[in-house]
Design a protein around this ligand. Structure first.
Ligand code: SF4
Length: 425
């Protein structure tokens, strides 16, 4: 939201939204003078780097690695997609909701596959939910208001979402934790001790999380808990603490969702939360989302298709995690439109080799390894800094991102619209 102090040369934004991670902190204060960001407040180091993104920018479009203008690059992108019988549209976690909508239109029009980078890390969680494991969820504002027991499990917000602790979980005052951190019990379960204040830290070896969760469930049910003999006293204390709270939250991160033994870990923690709820407590499980608008892409696909990611419009079997997602579909697609993602850096080497066999169209503000193998590379404005748009916070709350400064680059939405129009001609 833009506030008044606006003359010819200076503007102040008193409640801007940070477009780096899915916390989408909406209390950022920005002072702009002569189209330069001069002052930033209420923003962590990642947010500062995003707002001041001068380095690593892709400066101009390229076609087959050679400089081109936007018109020629878009024409080539349209040709590639017109010639493809089943393209993949992938990424979208760093795009505005409006851009995601256009990308979905392209996927439907071309009867291709649309997948979100979420599918790599959160695949197994959705598979467990599809298998009808219970899921207890809440908005972050409710968690801040009511939770007195906070568990970070396989998640270290200090290194991934630095202001999460201050805005939603540990430090803010809440209705049942009026003194903030001193009225809350903080528990961390991870392979490495995270650097935030906590009463308990349970160090696990990779893949041991399921054993810890199962032991806590057994203790809560009053059953014999055999597997964790060495830590049974500590886990008994933690089970008592979990039981003593009327409201608690377990934030789960990639250490659980995508680490060793992830399938068993997720099911065991879902079962633990279910057990707590069946004892009359209210506990929620909250997956920590990474990129700033991964939730927007997931919600869009859920609304329009009923599936969270990996939707294949070319067949009746539209959603099968592992088959219709990027990890399973690369040998079937014959082109890829990649928006705000770097699959060359994030996929295993065998999948990257598959990408080398097909023409890639890449839209991104920044240079990346994927850009270096793209047939068409299109630089875009940074949403939330150089263009406006809607993004959804990690709990699904929609927020408006402002255009803070002008830039020479078009938005990803504008470029995707041009590609979509070209396809229809
Ligand atoms: S926690 Fe995330 S959204 Fe908040 S300021 Fe840091 S990077 Fe930005």
């Amino acid at each position: 939201m833009r506030d008044a102090t606006e003359g010819n040369t200076e503007r102040i934004y008193n409640a801007a939204v940070c477009p780096f991670c899915a916390c989408l902190c909406d209390d950022v204060v920005i002072r702009v003078r002569n189209n330069e960001i001069e002052e930033l407040r209420n923003v962590c180091r990642f947010g500062v780097a995003k707002f001041r993104s001068h380095q690593g920018r892709l400066k101009r479009p390229t076609v087959d690695g050679k400089p081109a203008n936007y018109e020629d690059a878009i024409a080539r992108a349209v040709d590639i997609l017109k010639g493809a019988s089943k393209p993949l549209i992938y990424g979208l976690s760093n795009s505005s909701y409006e851009a995601q909508q256009v990308a979905l239109r392209i996927a439907k029009y071309k009867r291709g596959v649309i997948d979100v980078s979420e599918s790599i890390c959160h695949n197994l969680l959705y598979a467990a939910l599809k298998a009808h494991y219970p899921f207890y969820y809440a908005l972050l504002d409710e968690i801040r208001d009511k939770a007195t027991v906070i568990v970070y499990w396989g998640s270290n917000p200090v290194v991934s979402h630095p202001r999460h602790l201050a805005r939603y979980s540990v430090y803010p005052a809440g209705r049942y934790a009026m003194k903030g951190v001193t009225d809350r019990t903080i528990i961390a379960i991870d392979v490495i001790e995270p650097g935030f204040k906590k009463q308990w830290f349970v160090q696990v070896k990779p893949g041991e999380d399921a054993m810890i969760a199962n032991t806590l469930t057994q203790l809560l049910k009053g059953e014999p808990a055999g597997e964790c003999n060495q830590r049974i006293t500590e886990l008994r204390d933690i089970a008592d603490k979990l039981r003593s709270a009327m409201y608690g939250v377990i934030f789960i991160g990639l250490g659980v969702l995508a680490g060793a033994n992830a399938d068993e870990n997720i099911k065991a923690i879902l079962t633990l939360v279910d057990t707590l709820n069946k004892t009359g407590r209210r506990y929620v499980i909250f997956p920590m989302k990474g990129h700033y608008n991964v939730m927007g892409a997931v919600l869009l696909l859920m609304r329009e298709t009923g599936y969270p990611f990996g939707v294949d419009f070319s067949s009746d079997k539209r959603f099968e995690p592992g088959k219709t997602t990027v990890m399973g579909v690369l040998k079937e697609v014959d082109a890829a439109l990649i928006v705000g993602a770097d699959p060359v850096a994030s996929l295993p080497a065998a999948k990257v080799r598959d990408l080398l066999d097909i023409p890639l169209i890449v839209l991104d503000p920044f240079e990346s390894p994927t850009m270096s193998i793209a047939s068409v590379a299109l630089p875009v404005a940074i949403t939330g800094v150089e263009s406006e748009g809607i993004a959804y916070r990690m709990d699904g709350l929609p927020l408006k991102l402002d255009k803070i400064i002008n830039s020479e680059y078009p938005s990803d939405k504008a470029l995707l619209e041009q590609i979509y129009e070209g396809l229809q001609q």
